[in-house]
Design a protein around this ligand. Structure first.
Ligand SMILES: [Zn+2]
Length: 186
């Protein structure tokens, strides 16, 4: 089963038992949380992230999702606040489990994979993929010294600088939340 458009919510059993493979462009406009961290300079961002997802079952019949994602995006340089091109790429492997099966069992505690919960047989694939993309963003990024806009730095009002740093501070907080929500599930 090869899919070429991106479904936001999936039927877990169907996707994993049929060993689905999803190769599709994921339009950036669907990724509202990720978009907040991008520099919106015209024409700089890819219109979509290339997503390649493999749904399979391992020898213990666990649902394993392996993903690779790539895209070119613009972030804001933390020195001059102008756009910096960044090749976004994320590789991940997660174990998808049914929420109802959780009972603090030992099996889960020993799972070395990141665990993602499905609810009533459905998985919010878009949210999962977007979490992984946000986690792959760098916390800070700068132009190379020579490319950085010195004139602009000199003119930069400190208030604008604060706006830029605030977005990154928020990203740091969000990343910590995403990480801790995942480790709690383990
Ligand atoms: Zn710069």
């Amino acid at each position: 089963m090869l899919l070429q458009s991106f479904p936001e919510i999936i039927d877990v059993k169907k996707f994993f038992s049929r060993q689905a493979r999803l190769r599709a462009p994921l339009p950036l406009q669907l990724l509202k949380r990720l978009e907040q961290y991008l520099n919106k300079a015209e024409g700089g961002n890819s219109s979509a992230i290339d997503v390649d997802l493999d749904f399979s079952q391992d020898e213990e019949s666990r649902f394993i999702l392996v993903g690779k994602m790539k895209g070119r995006v613009l972030l804001s340089c933390q020195r001059c606040l102008q756009a910096v091109e960044y090749s976004l790429s994320s590789d991940f492997k997660v174990h998808v489990i049914n929420e109802l099966k959780i009972s603090g069992d030992r099996e889960l505690a020993e799972d070395e994979l990141e665990v993602v919960l499905s609810l009533e047989g459905k998985l919010d694939l878009l949210a999962l993929v977007e979490d992984e993309l946000i986690l792959s963003l760098p916390l800070v990024i700068y132009h190379d010294e020579a490319d950085c806009n010195q004139a602009l730095i000199d003119l930069q009002a400190s208030s604008r600088r604060e706006i830029g740093s605030k977005a990154f501070a928020e990203l740091a907080v969000l990343k910590n939340q995403l990480k801790s929500s995942k480790s709690k599930m383990k």
